[in-house]
Design a protein around this ligand. Structure first.
Ligand code: HEC
Length: 165
């Protein structure tokens, strides 16, 4: 009797361990997703434009400030564009919606939307989880300024394209 009971105990704790596993896996994969997202954001250069000061400070901006958008304008024949706040952009999107948007996204220069379009689904999902983990979204970046309007400093200017031959 004693033996049988301890067998049940062993069986019971095994069952408990098996039942606990999926949530342990899920917790780990969420952590891994966030780490991968940080890596993808870093090497895909999203911070270069979407994080104020990143490009001019050797990337030494804490992640608490990442992807909040930038007040540094990019002026060219398209007008002046400002890299928007990506935390706000993703705020009301589900992961699936973000993947769909990112695959079809098209914007004015210098946004390399074609690179974002080419990103694999699992990398886009990782980026989403990372951006969501960043916390307080902060404020919107300045609005787009059309070509005939003078933007305030600071901005970088692209020359107009050469005339067509
Ligand atoms: C060279 C600068 C630059 C880089 C690098 C860059 N972006 Fe952008 N991004 C912009 C600018 C500027 C805009 C706004 C374009 C416009 O107004 O049409 C933009 C727009 C966007 C938008 C649309 C936001 C909205 O509110 O409509 C998304 C999403 C986005 N970028 C994601 C990314 C991601 C993710 C990366 C990294 C893979 C990235 N960008 C890299 C400059 C950049």
């Amino acid at each position: 009797m004693h033996l049988r009971r301890s067998r049940y105990v062993v069986l019971g704790s095994l069952l408990g361990a098996v039942l606990a596993m999926p949530s342990a896996w899920a917790a780990k994969s969420e952590k891994e997703m966030i780490a991968r997202g940080e890596y993808v954001v870093r090497i895909a250069g999203c911070n270069d434009c979407h994080t104020d000061g990143y490009l001019l400070n050797d990337g030494k901006v804490p992640s608490s400030e990442w992807l909040k958008g930038s007040g540094f304008g990019w002026r060219g024949p398209w007008g002046t564009t400002y890299p928007p706040n990506l935390r706000l952009f993703m705020k009301d999107l589900t992961a699936d919606q973000w993947v769909k948007e990112a695959k079809a996204l098209k914007r004015r220069p210098p946004m390399p939307f074609f690179n974002l379009n080419a990103m694999h689904d699992e990398d886009l999902r990782a980026v989403y989880h990372f951006v969501k983990s960043l916390g307080e979204p902060g404020n919107q970046a300045p609005a787009y300024i059309p070509p005939d309007k003078e933007p305030p400093m600071p901005f970088a200017s692209f020359p107009p394209p050469p005339p067509a031959k």
